[in-house]
Design a protein. Structure first.
Lengths: 151, 179
C-alpha cells in the first residue's frame, strides 16, 4: 500500500465534517485542499501537529490552501479533540465504513488507523503532492506542506 | 509568500550573533534548542540540562536558545518569549529565561512585571520593549527558522543538523548527563 501519488485523480469518497455535514470529492472543486491524515484523536505529545499548523494558517490561506484533519475517530471524538487543542482546522471523520476513505487514499495502516500522511489536492481533484510519514510517531512539519504547495 | 519570506524547508540556521548562547566557544557539542516557556516538557528539559551550565559541569557543551511559541497550544507563550527578549535588551535574558521556566503556569502580565522587578529591570522600558515590533520580529524569526527546519513539537533540539524530540531527545539528554 502506498499513498495516492501526484497526478492521480482522487477517488469518490464521503466523510463527515463539522455539524455532521457530508464532505465529498465535490467539496474539493475550485480550491487547493490539504488533507492531514493522523492516527488518532488525542495525542500524548505536548505541542501537537495541529497546533503548529493552526499557528501558520494565515500563511496557508495566503497560498490559497484549506486544511482538514482526517482520522477514523467519530465526529464526537474529533470535536472534543479540536476543542481540547484549541484549533479551528475542520476535522473529517472516516468512521463508517471505518477507514474506507483512508484505504482509498492508500494511507490505512494494517492496525486499522490512518498513517500520518499529507495529501494536497488541486482545484481539479488531481493530487498535486503527497507525503507518507515513516512511522505514526513522525510528525510532518508545516515546511513540508509549503514545499508541496510550491511544487 | 515565497522565497526567503516563505515557510518552505530550509536547514536549521547556524549559530549567529543575535542568538542567545551559553557555554564555551570551543565546545565539542552545540545544542540548538527550540522551546516555549509555557511548555512543561521544555521546563523539564531546562531543569535536566541546567547542570551542564554549573561550575562543576563538563566544559564541552554549548547551548543555544531559540523561541518556538505555539500560540494555539500555549496562549501565553508568545508573551513570555517577548518578555525574555525585552529582559535581554537590559542584559538579563538568561535570568528571565530561568525565572520563566521556574513557573510556566504564571505568565500573566502581573507575573511578568513581578519578574522584571525582581531582576531590577526598568519596568516601563521592559513593558514597552516586550510589546514592540522589533521584539515581535525577533521572536518570529526564531519561530520561522524552526518551522522551516521541520520543528513540530517542543522541545526540539538540533545537534549537527539532526533534530531530536520526544524519546530520542530523552535518550540524548540521558547520554549527556552521564558525561
Amino acid at each position: 500500500m502506498s499513498v495516492i501519488a501526484a497526478g492521480e485523480t482522487v477517488p469518490a469518497f464521503t466523510l463527515k465534517g463539522d455539524e455532521d455535514r457530508t464532505f465529498t470529492e465535490a467539496d474539493l472543486d475550485g480550491k487547493t485542499t490539504v488533507l492531514v491524515f493522523y492516527p488518532f484523536a488525542f495525542s500524548p505529545v505536548c505541542t501537537d501537529q495541529f497546533n503548529l499548523y493552526e499557528d501558520v494558517l494565515d500563511e496557508f490561506a495566503a497560498q490559497g490552501a484549506t486544511l482538514y484533519g482526517v482520522s477514523c475517530d467519530s465526529v464526537w471524538s474529533q470535536r472534543a479533540f479540536k476543542e481540547k487543542l484549541g484549533v479551528t482546522v475542520e476535522q473529517l471523520s472516516d468512521f463508517e465504513p471505518k477507514g474506507e476513505v483512508c484505504r482509498a487514499f492508500g494511507v490505512l495502516h494494517p492496525g486499522g488507523f490512518p498513517q500520518r500522511a499529507l495529501v494536497i489536492v488541486g482545484p481539479d481533484r488531481v493530487v498535486k503532492w503527497s507525503y507518507l510519514a515513516d512511522s505514526p510517531g513522525e510528525l510532518p512539519g508545516a515546511n513540508l506542506i509549503f514545499d508541496g504547495l510550491a511544487a | 509568500m515565497s522565497g526567503e519570506e516563505g515557510l518552505g524547508s530550509a536547514g536549521v540556521p547556524a549559530v549567529g550573533d543575535e542568538d542567545w548562547v551559553r557555554g564555551p566557544d570551543d565546545a565539542r557539542l552545540v545544542l540548538i534548542e527550540y522551546a516555549d516557556f509555557e511548555c512543561p516538557f521544555c521546563a523539564t528539559l531546562e531543569l535536566r540540562l541546567s547542570v551542564l551550565d554549573g561550575p562543576a559541569a563538563p566544559r564541552g557543551v554549548r547551548r543555544v536558545f531559540r523561541h518556538f511559541p505555539v500560540r494555539s497550544a500555549h496562549p501565553r507563550a508568545l508573551a513570555a518569549a517577548c518578555a525574555a527578549e525585552a529582559a535581554g535588551r537590559q542584559g538579563r535574558f538568561w535570568e528571565m529565561h530561568s525565572l520563566l521556566f521556574s513557573a510556566p503556569a504564571q505568565l500573566e502580565d502581573p507575573h511578568l512585571w513581578e519578574r522584571a522587578e525582581r531582576l531590577g529591570l526598568d519596568v516601563d522600558r521592559f513593558d514597552a520593549d516586550r510589546r514592540s515590533e522589533e521584539v515581535a520580529a525577533r521572536v518570529r524569526r526564531d519561530f520561522t527558522s524552526g518551522v522551516r527546519a521541520g520543528v513540530v513539537t517542543t522541545p526540539t533540539v538540533f545537534v549537527d543538523g539532526h533534530a531530536f524530540h520526544g524519546d530520542e531527545l530523552r535518550a540524548l539528554v540521558d547520554a549527556l548527563l552521564r558525561g
